[in-house]
Design a binder for this molecule. Structure first.
Ligand code: DPM
Length: 353
């Protein structure tokens, strides 16, 4: 086993120590603690240590995410620590993990997805309202180009402005100033923070398609560390794994044009439906389609090791292949209808902003 870390307790019994790396934000800590808790329940003999780290992304919270561009900003320092054996696993929001991980890393577990939808958090003075009923020219805070594009189209009476910072900062900016009538955040993050009561409205797929992987937690590990890969693999939720493999395959095919526009949505299981869409910056130009495939259960074991960064040996390989193909086919369908042009223009406009 790499990173030989074990300790002896008073009775001379050797205990494996597993170190978990995490960002220091409250949300990251909550997510990491919940995974540690589950691992503790499954492996009572393992000693877990949680190591907090600051990432580049945490240091430049005031720059719009779409300008920073590369998502691995929030994950790079943690991966460096994994590589150096300073930690053994890292807990991420799956949607923050690029579709291609650096060599040597893999996603060893994708946990059961929580509510994947986006939510509206209202300024206290607007309690009881919805995006529809907010007054003309109300300002909505979001730095997600995906959310802004879809909502601009759907609610043309509203205005959209960037808001940055971690969840605590954003809530503060909303409540303590008069700059925003409401902000948009992922329902899953709000619920993990215990802020469900602040959700004024959950956006359904007609209003806003959620981001690839949204609402699911992922555990990143060293691919060569077979013991750890096996240990965390029991946390895989098979349905979430298949949905997210399809979503990530869709994103991987389009990411070279502009990564921030891709949205997707699944319903029902084992019949897997994928709705994929791309949008221009103001949402006026868009392409959207739905495809389906069956991932009915079978008993064949997986033969290949990784798909879009995910290692899930305990989920049937043919089902994973079908999910990956669905995502790829969806992306190719949108590309054949002009997705490349929409994304290229969107990227140029965003770079010029
Ligand atoms: C990514 C986006 C955002 C995060 C872009 C998007 C939102 C950025 C913003 C890829 N990562 O969704 O279109 O609003 O400025 C992030 C959140 C969570 C993970 C917070 C959120 C929690 C939910 C989850 C930031 N990453 O989206 O409100 O675990 O899926």
């Amino acid at each position: 086993m790499s990173g030989d870390t074990s300790s002896q307790d008073g009775n001379g019994k050797v205990t494996r120590v597993i170190r978990i790396g995490t960002r220091k934000s409250q949300l990251a800590r909550i997510q990491t603690d919940s995974v540690a808790e589950q691992l503790k329940g499954l492996y009572p003999d393992v000693r877990l240590e949680i190591i907090g780290m600051t990432t580049t992304g945490d240091k430049i919270l005031d720059t719009a995410l779409s300008k920073i561009g590369e998502k691995s900003l929030f994950t790079k320092e943690l991966e460096t620590a994994l590589e150096r054996n300073e930690v053994d696993l890292v807990v991420h929001s799956l949607k923050d993990l690029p579709t291609a991980l650096p060599p040597g890393f893999t996603i060893g577990a994708v946990l059961k997805r929580e509510n994947p939808h986006d939510a509206v958090v209202l300024h206290p003075r607007n309690l009881g309202k919805s995006l529809n009923s907010l007054p003309d020219k109300s300002v909505i805070g979001t730095s997600s180009l995906r959310r802004a594009a879809q909502l601009k189209k759907r609610f043309p009476h509203l205005e959209f402005k960037d808001i940055r910072g971690n969840l605590n900062t954003r809530l503060k900016k909303l409540d303590e100033k008069d700059d925003f009538a409401a902000i948009i955040l992922a329902a899953a993050g709000l619920s993990r923070m215990g802020w469900e009561s602040r959700v004024g409205q959950i956006l359904d797929p007609e209003d806003c398609l959620y981001a690839v992987g949204q609402g699911a937690l992922a555990i990143e590990v060293r691919a060569r560390d077979k013991d750890i890969v096996e240990m965390v693999s029991v946390l895989h939720d098979p349905e979430t794994v298949l949905r997210c493999i399809a979503e990530r395959a869709f994103l991987r095919q389009l990411v070279c044009f502009f990564s921030l526009y891709l949205c997707s949505l699944f319903v029902t299981f084992p019949q897997l439906y994928l709705t994929g869409a791309v949008f221009s910056l103001d949402g006026s130009n868009s392409l959207k389609d739905t495809m389906q495939t069956s991932v009915a259960s079978d008993s064949e074991v997986d033969e290949r090791s990784q798909r879009v960064g995910v290692t899930a040996n305990n989920v049937p390989g043919p089902a994973q292949d079908a999910a990956e193909k669905l995502g790829l086919d969806m992306a190719n369908l949108l590309l054949s209808k002009g997705a490349k042009e929409i994304l290229t223009v969107a990227r140029q406009l965003n770079d010029a902003r």
